[in-house]
Design a binder for this molecule. Structure first.
Ligand code: MOS
Length: 729
């Protein structure tokens, strides 16, 4: 029943190129789109469960000390209140699954200001919120704790350090060099849909409905947090209103809902309030990055140094992998890299929108721009001269890499030749500049399973616990099944987001489409073999199109081949040797034109282009949308986005959509995206690589480099807000 396949060798057959239905790659609409725009897709907090009570979480007012709820008895007696729950399991990071472990700071001890420490449950949401506001939280025996990465103690991440050749010698001998320090602030995932969970116990079995990215893992995390077996937990999440990393692991409300539902003996719904999303879900670490580039007169790199400092709470393991693409993007014989992790008491740092490359490639690309300027070499030409033949550290081949084409084609599409000199072009009060940057992101294949059922009526169903976090999973998996089985798109339905279905890769790290898509492909291959057996032909000679099978000059309706039977197969892909045998990554290039107002320093992005290569594109529309989203994140990162911490206590000062400035329509000009044709045989049998996050990995640098071109001002402290630009004008 299960087709298991391990990716141990390149898939050179490229079978999808020979299928007849013509669905894969086509810019097809999302089948669930009408549900979403008519408000009938059920998002996390919209489930109505009989007898449901409401929980509202309560935050810690300080960053250290033991939690005391001094008026708890009075709050419990407030109208409608069912329970006030303070439980150590709320204080742990549920994403790490830490059953039976005390919180990092000790029993009942908080770790940061804003941490969610209790949940108040009431008949209605309003009663719960009112009671939560009335609850008096104090912290006993708190001690001063570090909150500033500049002064906090750091732990060198030994596993990340690299010292190859002699960077210092290369720097002294270089004809052109840069040695610069940039900083990027913390970012919030800031999904439109707040984190929300509804927990229902049926005896010892728990059903959790909500908004999550990786159900198989989330189920284990919840079981681990509660100390129960994962078989007792079912997680349901058909629609996700954005996650961007903050829903990879469970957020605090999921554990709170489960504990509260047990306590009050009724289903409980807990949604984070908007400020709580900013204060208590994963942040991207702020970074401090030093880039050292040494080059000869022609700009060929002889030295590449990248030293970064990031931060997290004491005891947390995640360290923003800033150096990830620095290892393979550019050639250079002498290389030195290091990553330090500062331990401090800001909210937990974790994966946010392309962890590592989003900020790492951005600063590399700023430094490359500085080098291009210092050496008097065109920035595109400088990149082209430094594309390594093989992975510069391991000597491995690249699995596929249309980097050169992205740079050259992107430059042409944008009209890069028309680039003005620094501070040379004006349009009235606006100083005009062009900037560019490379894009790069690692590619990952993850274990994934899906069941495909070909039904007697010639329709098919795809089932997996995969999620669609806005990325287009429903569309893509249906396209792959339709392509392989020769069915029009509307003859395939796709059911996602339920751990009762075969466990998938989940959505994260750009691996979702290629991993879960491969499992669907494998299941369909097995179904094709069974159909071929029935027709007594070789499966390779079977052409399936429009629900008809053509073979040996005959054409038969699929329904006749099925003769009333259904065929169900599970596809199961496992990563294998190809993950390690070659360097697998995606590449691209960004080009931006900005106007900087000469009097106010305000930057407006006037136009922006991205060219990207990520293997086979499975759906040209949803892939393009991912790139548009990434470039939009880049505009935010460049100009406005910053999670601001109070230096006294480390609390998030701008915990709402009004003050945490993500770009809105008026900030985003017409963006253009070119997707380059590519096949990556090493990545998966689909020859597809991940494209979800590629569009943000370096995007902000194209804009800040354009600001330099317009004004001669380098803002090395992101974001490039107008006060920083004007200070340099
Ligand atoms: Mo992503 S930040 O791995 O959801």
């Amino acid at each position: 029943m299960t087709e298991q396949f391990k990716m141990d060798a390149p898939a050179t057959e490229r079978r999808l190129d020979d299928m007849a239905q013509g669905l894969v790659g086509a810019p097809l609409d999302r089948p669930e789109g009408p549900l979403k725009v008519t408000g009938t897709a059920t998002y996390a907090n919209e489930w109505q469960v009989d007898g449901m009570a409401h929980g509202v979480m309560v935050r810690a007012p300080g960053n250290s000390g033991r939690v005391v709820l001094s008026n708890r008895d009075a709050v419990v007696k407030m109208p409608g209140v069912l329970s006030v729950i303070q439980d150590d399991r709320l204080l742990r990071n549920p994403a790490q699954g830490t059953a039976n472990e005390a919180p990092i700071q000790g029993p009942q001890h908080v770790a940061y200001l804003g941490q969610l420490i209790a949940v108040v449950v009431a008949e209605s949401f309003e009663q719960a919120r009112h009671a939560a506001q009335a609850l008096d939280v104090t912290l006993e025996n708190g001690e001063p704790v570090p909150v500033d990465p500049e002064t906090a103690a750091v732990e060198p991440q030994e596993g990340q350090a690299l010292d190859q050749g002699d960077l210092e010698a290369a720097m002294s001998a270089a004809e052109n060099s840069v040695d610069v320090v940039y900083t990027t602030p913390s970012h919030s995932s800031s999904p439109m849909e707040p984190h929300a969970s509804i927990a229902t116990w049926e005896g010892d079995d728990l059903i959790l409905r909500g908004s999550y990215q990786m159900l198989k893992y989330n189920r284990n995390e919840l079981a681990d947090s509660l100390g129960i077996h994962p078989d007792r937990v079912r997680v349901i999440s058909p629609y996700v209103g954005g996650g961007f990393g903050s829903k990879l692991g469970l957020a605090p409300e999921a554990v709170a809902a489960a504990i509260a539902a047990k306590e009050v003996g009724r289903p409980v719904s807990v949604a984070l309030l908007r400020p709580q999303v900013y204060e208590a879900t994963m942040r991207r670490s702020e970074t401090r990055q030093r880039l050292r580039l040494a080059a000869d007169a022609d700009g060929r790199l002889s030295g590449f140094g990248h030293d970064a400092r990031v931060s997290n709470l004491p005891g947390e393991t995640f360290a923003e992998p800033v150096l990830q693409a620095s290892h393979f993007l550019y050639a250079s014989a002498n290389r030195k890299m290091s990553l330090d992790l500062a331990r401090l008491h800001r909210l937990c740092a974790g994966s946010v929108r392309a962890p590592g490359e989003a900020v790492g490639v951005t600063i590399v690309e700023n430094a490359m721009d500085e080098l291009a300027h210092a050496a008097g070499i065109d920035p595109v030409e400088l990149r082209l001269r430094n594309i390594p033949e093989k992975d510069p550290e391991s000597g491995k081949e690249y699995s596929s890499r249309r980097f050169r084409k992205a740079l050259q084609g992107g430059a042409e599409a944008f009209g890069w030749n028309d680039r003005p000199g620094v501070k040379e072009r004006r349009d009235g009060d606006w100083m005009i500049g062009y900037g560019m940057a490379s894009a790069a992101r690692v590619n990952i294949l993850k274990e994934s399973q899906a069941r495909v059922t070909l039904r007697p009526d010639g329709t098919a169903r795809v089932e997996t616990d995969m999620t669609d976090i806005g990325t287009g999973t429903y569309a893509i998996l249906g396209q792959i099944a339709g392509e392989m089985l020769g069915l029009p798109r509307d003859k395939v339905d796709v059911v996602l987001g339920d751990t009762d279905l075969p466990p998938a890769s989940g959505s994260g790290g750009s691996w979702g489409a290629s991993s879960s898509g491969t499992s669907v492909y494998l299941a369909c291959e097995a179904i094709r073999r069974q159909l071929a057996d029935r027709l007594e032909v070789d499966e390779r000679d079977l052409l399936l199109k429009d629900a008809q099978a053509t073979y040996a000059n005959k054409t038969t309706a699929l329904t006749d081949v099925l003769r009333g039977d259904e065929i169900a197969k599970v596809g199961h892909v496992l990563p294998g040797d190809t993950s390690d045998a070659v360097r697998q990554a995606t590449f691209g290039a960004y080009f931006a034109e900005v106007g900087v107002h000469a009097a106010t320093g305000e930057t407006r992005v006037r136009r922006m282009h991205g060219s990207f290569a990520a293997g086979r594109i499975l759906n040209a529309k949803t892939a393009r949308s991912q790139c548009l989203g990434g470039m939009t994140f880049g505009i935010g990162m460049a100009l406005t986005e910053e999670l601001a911490f109070d230096p006294r206590d480390g609390h998030v000062a701008n915990h709402n959509l009004a003050e945490y400035h993500i770009p809105v329509n008026a900030d985003v000009p017409q963006l253009t995206v070119e997707l380059l044709e590519e096949r990556d045989d090493w990545a998966s049998p689909l020859q597809a690589k991940g494209i979800g996050e590629l569009g943000i990995c370096g995007a902000a640098a194209a804009i800040t480099n354009a600001i330099f071109n317009a004004t001669g001002v380098r803002v090395r402290d992101y974001p490039a807000t107008l006060d920083k630009v004007i200070a340099g004008l």
